[in-house]
Design a protein around this ligand. Sequence first.
Ligand code: MEZ
Length: 557
Amino acid sequence: MPYPESLKQLIKKVEATRARRIERKKSGQEFPALKLEERSRILKTYHPDVKEEGRRNIRVGPNKGYRICHEMVDLLEAKSRIDPTGIDLTRPDYETDVLIIGGGGAGTAAALLAQENGAKVILATKLRHGDANTMMAEGGIQASTKSWKDSPYYHYLDVMGGGHFTNIPELVKTLVTEAPDVIQWLLALGCNFSKFPDGTLQTMHGGGTCRKRMHFAADITGAEIMRTIRDEARNRCDDITVVEFSPAVELLLNDKGHCAGAILYNMETAEYIIVKAKAVVMATGGSGRLHVQNFMTTNHYGATADGVVIAYRAGVPICFLHTIQYHPTGVIFPEQAEGILITEKFRGAGANLVNVDGEQFVFEREPRDVESSCIIRECTDVRKGVPTPTGKFGIWLDSPMLDEMFGEGYVKKEFPGKHILFSRFEIDIGKEPMLIYPTLHYQNGGLEYQADGSTQLPGLYVAGEVGGGVHGENRLMGNSLLDILVFGRISGRNAALYALNQAEEGDLSVEHVSKYHAELEAAGVVTDRVAPMLLPDYTQEHVKAKQWTAKYEGTLR
Ligand code: MEZ
């Protein structure tokens, strides 16, 4: 649906201020960035994380008493999908050196490095290989590859500043020092980053960066990275077996208390599959599909926190899950595209955010949590949001100013993904601005892990969004694609070395699940919910009210 007349009228106000805003930018006078104290005041008032009514204490497990969002607590206080007392673990369906749970960027990078270090690998994934947040990442990957004007030192300071200096320093150090090698690795595998005519890599700013170190492939960077490493993994099929449509529903421990595999659920046949492994890499990604506080999300269909749930049951502590990242610019209209990411690369290139009067109200490259909070404030207390035909409020992201600054066709060339998406609604984003609102984007926290990828549970390694600590309380753009590759590679390698040199054999067990159930009961948790949830349920109440099937038979509904 193109913009209706009411919005076209409002766009005129954006156009009326555009020349002035461009002029100001060209003269080097940016809209002033917020001071640290102002940032902190705005975050404390407007960021969704601070809503006390949105959170409660977990009553069980290693982080008992930790206060996080209801949606995550609901899952951590749910029962297993299986009856742990009724399973025969003596005859596994598969045996392998390293089991990787998750088929996105982190899992695939881990598979490659585990294989290179001599391991036989099974990669199990809930949907298809590559159906993951990596595939949907748009704007870029940070790395200080330009040593004449940048270094891991500046990158480190940016990551720590973005995370409000709460990040775990050792993880950050690993992230930034490994970053340039990751870019070289991707290039060697055939990843097509955007380059200048002389062949040097293009880089630009992201929110909260002091140097231009964002590498990108137009606005489909994640898809290009995923294509590259997935092809490579599939080409190593003698050693890497990919099992699709088979999410993990529990970890297996052995009688030494070490991680020793997982139970998978075959989504086609509804069978449970036992995989015995000498080491496991957890790479299940994030949790946007929990729609915390009813926020829309950029995340893929399977982002339901499965890895956090099953590792927590097995005793792995969590951290930083009290913070969730809302990406400032999600589509708020047209409603068919609601929640979809509009890359920060627009703001990195200089596109302003403007209110219903066409006025800029925030510097476009504030860190994400600050930028999102300013947008929420503008649409609520300030009452200068743009009313959408669906009864919501949004803010204009002035993409046409980029065509005016850098030449006609710039937006179409640099942002082909978004240009195509909006053209389906007969909106040319080189000529008309986009309507945005913050959208649930990233799970800042997750499972606790060390810089070598290991966790408190021997034999269990972590990589990517399922882990917490490296980004502290707020991740900066482009450090997620980096995180999945840095820690995917490290965890894959170390899981292989552990599997081949250290792992001890033992009888398989799911005793920890029985213990968890007992703990739930002792804590007085009454629930019929089971977790991991695997897929979100969007069935509306009026539809549920008419789902009258008395008894399900196989797949018949
Ligand atoms: O790291 C991200 O989340 C990212 C690159 C997103 C984007 O805005 O493009």
